[in-house]
Ligand binder design. Structure first.
Ligand SMILES: [Zn+2]
Ligand SMILES: [Zn+2]
Length: 240
């Protein structure tokens, strides 16, 4: 075996064939067969070249909260990798609900390109995925934010700390709730794992797939700040 991959048994090869026949791999956008997202569609994903304030969305130099929003925002800055469009939303949903790791690999070059150009993200950062509740994790089998961290940490050469922040309250899905309802729903859902707290001068980069109302991320940030961390940034694929 030269490919380095373990040899598959005949049984699992047949299983793959049947699976591919029943559910052929198709581009999630244009349905061309063979890949989860084709190069042509991938080219339609535009990486953001400007940075904006997490609160009022006005242009800022680096993605830090602007002067007038600085006190209103617990999040010090927000980095949004992609411009909002139909494809990136589809992609985010597909990763989240179908656990297609190939899609994360497909966007990895663009993701890392964006990060390498973000002045706020340095080697001194530590990546923290927005955690899922243990029950949700078991239902789904993976955490998409963790996948993103894995994808970024190799290129950045900084650590991911998956055990720093814990989600202690299980919620039913938040889709359809207003911003205020989400805030109420999410309040008190996260806890910092005190045994994992160290090096409070490190900048925390909180990673999630999407930033909608910001309720989840802000709740995470306030817990991290209560624990003593001074600077917390958010990094998301898209802002809804
Ligand atoms: Zn396509
Ligand atoms: Zn602002």
């Amino acid at each position: 075996v030269t490919s380095g991959k373990p040899m598959k048994s005949l049984g699992s090869k047949i299983q793959d064939l049947v699976w591919d026949f029943l559910f052929p791999i198709k581009c999630i956008n244009c349905s061309v067969e063979g890949v989860w997202v084709c190069q042509l569609c991938l080219d339609g994903l535009r990486v953001n070249t400007v940075f904006t304030c997490p609160v009022c969305r006005s242009l800022t130099e680096t993605g830090l909260a602007c002067r007038s929003c600085r006190n209103a925002s617990s999040l010090d800055g927000l980095l949004v990798v992609f411009e909002d469009n139909v494809l990136i939303r589809k992609l985010v949903k597909t990763i989240k609900y179908y656990f297609i790791t190939d899609l994360v690999s497909a966007i990895e070059p663009k993701l890392n390109n964006y990060i390498s150009k973000s002045p706020l993200v340095e080697d001194f950062c530590v990546l923290v995925p927005v955690p899922l509740h243990k029950r949700r994790f078991l239902e789904r089998g993976f955490n998409q934010s963790q996948l993103l961290c894995d994808s970024i940490s190799d290129a950045l050469d900084c650590d991911t700390r998956s055990d720093l922040l814990l989600r202690t309250v299980y919620h039913h899905r938040q889709v359809g709730l207003s911003s205020g309802q989400r805030m109420d729903n999410i309040a008190g859902s996260f806890r910092v794992n005190q045994s994992q707290v160290s090096n409070l001068d490190q900048t925390i980069v909180l990673v999630d797939d999407v930033y909608t109302t910001g309720a989840t991320m802000c709740e995470c940030v306030s817990e991290l700040k209560k624990a003593g961390y001074k600077k917390v940034l958010g990094l998301v694929l898209v802002r809804g």
